[in-house]
Design a protein around this ligand. Structure first.
Ligand code: ATP
Length: 239
């Protein structure tokens, strides 16, 4: 059954050449959920999953439906147009272009709509407004992360995927990023890949645990927070 409000990943396998990395992955991201989290150790395949959803990689088997339409085989730009936007771990900012120009690059919409979205982004991140003429490459790490998230928002996504948004940030900024994610999720569904397992699950309506390329546990965020496997492998000693 196709569902216009859901991203459905159905038994997807993904490989890099001969090296298979995702095995039989099935999951759902529903627009009525605020935050869907994917957790798992380094190398589990989380980034590969996001790259597959965003059309950078193609599954060798299985099917992905994006808001009721099959997306397998679509180009990355077409997937962005349909409302799935991926903010990569690498951030991919244009370092020698200004903050404003980077935001402009994120927008695929007409002028009026661009101006409205820009106002919203500047309201959420006043520092980006203050620094709109500064080269992105000279922003601090935290500011660059805000800019990368904002550039994703400029495309007015239905689902915004964030790959380790708190990665490589100072601890005081990590909280700031999670607060931001929470406020974004009031309007837009966030698909969140995170190493901060307790925070990612605490915020999640639905969550998946990926290990060795397979989904090994799923449920509400609270259910995973109480799962023996999650507690033993990811939470014990981290509190
Ligand atoms: P991390 O939390 O460390 O970012 P991850 O869960 O996002 O890890 P992936 O980056 O998806 O994991 O990597 C999954 C596996 O695929 C790893 O074993 C990685 O070495 C491998 N891999 C990733 N990219 C490539 C590539 N371009 N070519 C070959 N193997 C790759």
């Amino acid at each position: 059954m196709s569902d216009n409000n859901t991203i459905t990943v159905d038994e997807v396998d993904v490989a890099y050449g001969d090296l298979q990395v995702l095995w039989d992955v099935s999951m759902e991201v529903r627009e009525e959920d605020d935050i869907v989290s994917v957790i798992g150790p380094n190398g589990a395949g989380k980034t590969t999953l996001l790259k597959t959803l965003s059309g950078i990689l193609e599954p060798m088997d299985g099917r992905i439906e994006l808001f009721g339409e099959e997306s397998t085989g679509l180009r990355a730009e077409e997937i962005t147009d349909r409302g799935f936007v991926h903010v990569s771990e690498a951030r991919n900012l244009f370092g020698d272009m200004s903050v404003y120009e980077n935001l402009r690059m994120g927008s695929y919409t007409e002028r009026e709509s661009f101006d409205d979205t820009l106002d919203e982004v500047y309201e959420m991140f006043p520092v980006l407004k203050e620094r709109r003429d500064q080269d992105a490459g000279t922003l601090s790490g935290g500011e660059q992360q805000m800019l990368a998230i904002s550039r994703g928002l400029m495309a007015q996504p239905r689902v915004l995927a964030l790959d380790e948004p708190s990665g490589a940030l100072a601890p005081q900024l990590v909280e700031r990023v999670f607060d931001t994610i929470e406020s974004i999720s009031e309007d837009i569904t966030v698909l969140l890949v995170e190493q901060h397992v307790d925070r990612a699950l605490g915020l999640a309506d639905r969550a998946y645990l990926l290990e060795n390329g397979r989904i090994v546990d799923e449920g509400t965020g609270d259910e995973l927070l109480e799962s023996d496997h999650v507690v033993d492998a990811y939470l014990r000693g981290s509190a």
